[in-house]
Design a protein around this ligand. Structure first.
Ligand code: NDP
Ligand code: 8X3
Length: 265
């Protein structure tokens, strides 16, 4: 396979303290890119940065950053000691599967502030320098929930539809530059995502029973694939499922009968 090197380039990754963001940071470092790893849990990021520097001999800069704070985002990015070649907008979360009629406005605000406004704040702060240099790559982590809705998915799904719309708009607004924009839209990936959503480790574990979910590295592979394409290639979007998943709501669990939503024949 043809691969463009990312050696010596810098990737700025939001939500690198666990799951997909952490796996992306490790794979970029493994391919000799320097990484700026951000998130709210700084102790995790500091330990992870040390590990990456020792293992891969690259620069790994841990920064405490809550993407919902637009002032903090601007300040952190203004102070960065290096230019950003890759922006991986990964920080995100779902909170509960309450129906809209029962929903918590606080949860809605948190999801919208993180998944939509946070992604926009970081992009707005980094993109001008990419435009100035006429180079750069933004990879947004969407979701299958950005294409489909499901009972209880409501506001999370709305935020991920927004992520896809923002990626598509960016591609349009950046026409005439060399900057690329991709969206990776995963199905079920076993990370801390469901612990956060349910606030219940056992319930989260149950969700992945009876089938083999994706792991964070499966998604990091796709991010790296995009990042290593030649400059004239822009992967607009990749939707990635576990083999046992066919849509947001259709997951085959071992022993289960596959039936139409309209019932048996
Ligand atoms: P994790 O819960 O493992 O990771 C989420 C990351 O986001 C953490 O590093 C967390 O860091 C960070 N984060 C959350 N809120 C903020 C915030 N306000 N500011 C900065 N960072 C924040 O879940 P995943 O790795 O699975 O999730 C990563 C992305 O993938 C999300 O956008 C999610 O929507 C998407 N996704 C996940 C799927 C799945 O099945 N797991 C499927 C489809 C998409 P910290 O708490 O330290 O701030
Ligand atoms: C996470 C996948 O199906 O739980 O984005 O919404 S799903």
């Amino acid at each position: 396979m043809r691969e463009e090197s990312i050696q010596g380039k810098t990737a700025f990754i939001t939500g690198a303290s666990s799951g997909i963001g952490k796996a992306v940071a490790e794979q970029f470092a493994m391919h000799k890119a320097n990484v700026v790893i951000t998130g709210r849990r700084i102790e995790r990021l500091e330990a992870f940065a040390k590990e990456l520097e020792q293992k891969y001999k690259v620069k790994a800069l841990p920064i405490q950053l809550d993407v919902t704070n637009s002032v903090e985002v601007q300040q952190v990015i203004e102070k960065l000691p290096m230019q950003v070649d890759f922006l991986i907008n990964n920080a995100g979360l779902a909170l509960s599967t309450d129906k809209i009629q029962d929903g918590s406005i606080k949860n809605w605000e948190m999801m919208i502030d993180t998944n939509v406004k946070g992604l926009l704040y970081v992009t707005r702060a980094i993109l001008p320098s990419m435009v100035k240099r006429n180079q750069g790559y933004i990879i947004n982590i969407g979701s299958i929930a950005g294409h489909e809705t499901y009972v209880g998915g409501n506001i999370y799904s709305a935020t991920k539809h927004a992520v896809i719309a923002i990626s598509n708009s960016l591609r349009q607004d950046l026409l005439g530059t060399m900057i690329r924009v991709s969206t990776i839209s995963p199905g079920a990936v076993e990370t801390e995502f469901s612990h956060v959503r349910f606030n219940d480790k056992e319930k989260a574990k149950q969700l992945y029973k009876g089938f083999q979910p994706l792991v964070a590295d499966d998604i990091a592979d796709t991010v790296l694939y995009c990042a290593t394409r030649p400059a004239h290639v822009n992967v607009a979007e990749m939707i990635v499922f576990p083999q046992a998943q066919a849509s947001a709501r259709d997951i085959y669990r071992e022993g289960q009968e596959v039936v139409s939503p309209f019932g048996k024949k």
